[in-house]
Write a new protein. Sequence first.
Length: 203
Amino acid sequence: MKLTTKQSRWISFLIMCGISVFWNGIVGVFVAALIFNTPGIWFKLGFMLFLSPFVFIGIVLLVGCCYMFLKLFTPRVEVALSTGAVPLGGDVDIAWEVIGRTSRLRNLKLEIQGEQKAVYRRGTDTHTDTEIFEIIPVCAVTRQDDIRFGSASVRIPQSTMHTHEGTSNQITWSVIVHGEIRWWPDVFESFSFRVKPVSADPT
């Protein structure tokens, strides 16, 4: 079963660009007012100090847009599992293939993560806590042939929790892929999959 990423690179890039345009558009109005319409040198200095944090955030967002744009050109990873839903205590085969210039990758690491998300209310505010409760190493390779494609078998511990999607509590499982590239944004992809409960023995 071929897995899909939680969010595509293009969507992440467009979201970052949208946030950046929105934020810098609003801040730009105040900067223009500071330059052209604000009277008095001391008032200008005070207004400039007030706007400085907002301008800095805008610069960070622009840098983020550049970073997400560069990520569009990093090698793409495809991941597949031997089954659509892995039972607790069961084995699963994981296969990967890197599409693109694998020679740019210095290494590639895969691991499985189990994450718990809890949503609760404190007064009138809603809070969300996340915790990674399980990390299962899959592989860590440096040879180009092993980076380009390969497979490994892992076991999901029976003592952990299966996938659960509740209103206030969620359990999710993902295959995390990380590849290091010198002088370029690293490859980092997350692929969700389901873990099912242990089947009851027939009586």
